[in-house]
Design a protein around this ligand. Sequence first.
Ligand SMILES: [Zn+2]
Length: 282
Amino acid sequence: MRPEPLAAGRAGDTGKRVAGTVCLMRIHQLNCGTMAGICPTRILVVEAPDGLVLVDTGIGLQDIADPSGRLGPLRHVLRPPSDPAQTAVRRIEALGLDPRDVRHIVLTHFDMDHIGGLADFPDASVHVTTPALTWAVRTPRFIEKRRYRRAQLSHGPRFTEYEYGTERWEGFRVLDLGHVAPGMMFVDLPGHAVGHAGVFVPGGGDDDDNRDVLHAGDAFYHRGQLDPDVRVPALVPPAERLVALEPEAIAMTHSGLAALARRRADSLDVVCAHDPSGPGGL
Ligand SMILES: [Zn+2]
């Protein structure tokens, strides 16, 4: 387990040094599903040494083809896009990359706007925390059965699961994903769903400037929840609590992320799935 972010590469590198070699890790922040016409669904596409790695998938081609069967009644609330160009598979093609190079997908959690594209990459390994897999798939309670959509998993994704141990990074519990991409980690961010985790990716950055990225999933919704100088729309906090499965943990997760964003302002972008004002604005 590597407890600290990798040291920055020399000026001009687009990645970070790992064991004496330069590891090129370009990170693309992409909107893979504008919800209700206003709210993006940010995913990461990481150009890792052994292929492409996705952090979340957004809405997929099958969701667009069959919104009723795949998304159920909540589609009327989410109002997902109808344009296949917004899916990860089409976004990756538009970047000039090959979707068949997607080897790994790392999920922050199992909500439908985050896993819809899994079926578009059926050969990828899907990495999840054990608590997320347990409560979303293995033994869901009534509330999770209503919330998560098994139709989006009907293609039988190959899951690899991870249990937290004693490793810490910047005060957070973390899980090493270095075998997926050098320096990648799950970061425990409780509140939104059981087992909900952010994903830290070293190097790259949306504008290729070597900045690290922490994709915080749905651990917050608006930049102002981490930055006191930015006003938070009044509807955001109550909406966040309404959909949270562990609402008592939200405040602690926000304060931890805000402190991290301040401490690492020179080198780290803390982004979430649905904030249109975040870095690399979509
Ligand atoms: Zn979401």
